[in-house]
Design a protein around this ligand. Structure first.
Ligand code: XMP
Ligand code: MG
Length: 187
């Protein structure tokens, strides 16, 4: 009986209140501006864009289409230990890349630079592979990280503290599908 019964509705997890931070049209405009800058700087070169999964996949997808230039795409898997909204101070990197970047221009594409630990871990990993040069494009970065010296050559928006979601960025795997970027409110 249990096998043939229709699936029962899953209990609804409570949805935290969201406050709009960047609308989809604002994001689209900013992505086009970043793309224009990158296209100009990489004229005549074919950069390898490397994005950490999973948060950066939506930004990367829009960025490469706005770039409209020869490029290659690769991924690494990065996860901070710890759950919820706190970074636990260590990053697990799984190299799932397939492109040899030695002698190539590498552009790291990040969704959000928070403490910059993820970014620095990936940067070190890639610098050890002898790229021609390595720059960073992040859609979002915390003001605190920038003040502390995080280097982001192409930055979408600086953001204040507050957990952000949407446009690929999750909270406990939820909210990635939202077309706008929001701040998660509440405890
Ligand atoms: P770090 O501290 O290493 O963090 O710069 C970078 C990674 O942590 C995730 N992160 C967030 N994810 N909302 C999220 O959904 C946030 O406000 C947030 N801050 C950091 C994100 O995956 C990022 O790549
Ligand atoms: Mg994440």
């Amino acid at each position: 009986m249990a096998d043939t019964a229709l699936p029962t509705a899953r209990p609804r997890r409570s949805r935290k209140p969201l406050k709009l931070l960047f609308s989809r049209s604002r994001i689209r405009r900013r992505v086009r501006e970043l793309a224009a800058e990158i296209r100009r700087d990489y004229q005549g070169r074919t950069p390898v864009l490397v994005a950490p999964l999973k948060g950066a996949f939506v930004f990367l997808a829009d960025l490469i289409r706005a770039l409209d230039m020869p490029l290659e795409v690769d991924f690494v898997r990065a996860s901070s230990y710890g759950t919820g909204t706190k970074t636990a101070g260590r990053v697990a990197l799984t190299d799932i890349s397939t492109i040899d970047v030695s002698g190539r221009p590498v552009l790291l594409v990040e969704d959000i630079v928070d403490t910059a630990l993820t970014l620095e871990t990936i940067r070190r990993h890639y610098l050890a592979r002898g790229p021609a040069d390595l720059r960073v494009c992040a859609l979002l970065a915390r003001r605190s990280a920038l003040d502390a010296g995080a280097v982001v050559e192409y930055l979408g928006f600086a953001v204040p503290d507050g957990f952000v979601v949407g446009y690929g960025i999750d909270y406990a795997e939820r909210y990635r599908h939202l077309p706008d970027i929001h701040v998660l409110e509440g405890p």
